[in-house]
Design a protein around this ligand. Structure first.
Ligand code: ZN
Length: 178
């Protein structure tokens, strides 16, 4: 089990040449954009990054993230633990044009400096991997258990007067006047 925090920065190109592996743990509070999508500060994000060069001399970062975080169930609005995982390979690019030229199985990692900030990289992957809505399983969600135990509401009765009856009463009234 990983215990050390993930380094904040890394020279990705040097790491790729060495074939280095960098790993570590982050907390939701370390990733404020991601934290804003969660229900609490509790949680744990494990990251393993493997750097390499491919046959086209691209610098690659294989990113594997496993996270357990707290989100809000959109059915009962209680907190729940959600596992978020991603496994993605990024290729270092220096421009949007290079990014556009990448093959489909590679996502761009736009590098503006020699040194790459690793935390935002992990954060972007987590934000993409987090489903927009989370729900408990139906047998553990308070809302669906309540719905199961409560009989369905009766059909509301139709209290509006039948227009034909109203017409008949009017006719009866006219007849009585004659
Ligand atoms: Zn629920």
């Amino acid at each position: 089990m990983l215990t050390e925090p993930l380094p904040r920065t890394l020279d990705v190109r040097k790491a790729a040449v060495r074939g280095a592996r960098v790993s570590g743990v982050l907390k939701p509070l370390d990733l404020q954009r991601f934290r804003s999508l969660l229900a609490s500060d509790e949680g744990r994000v494990e990251v393993v990054l493997d750097f390499s060069k491919d046959e086209e001399d691209r610098y690659l970062a294989h990113v594997v993230v496993d996270a357990d975080v707290r989100v809000t169930c959109q059915r009962c609005l209680e907190e729940m633990t959600r596992h978020v995982a991603c496994d993605n390979t990024l290729a270092v690019v220096l421009s949007d044009a290079q990014a556009a030229a990448l093959p489909r199985h590679l996502d761009p990692l736009l590098l503006e400096d020699q040194v790459c900030a690793l935390w935002p990289l992990v954060e972007d992957e987590l934000i993409l991997a987090l489903p927009p809505f989370s729900y408990h399983d139906s047998d553990t969600c308070r809302e669906s258990i309540a719905a199961f135990n409560t009989p369905p509401p009766e059909e509301p009765g139709d209290d509006r007067p039948n227009p034909f009856e109203v017409l008949a009463q009017l006719k009866a009234g006219e007849n009585n006047q004659e």
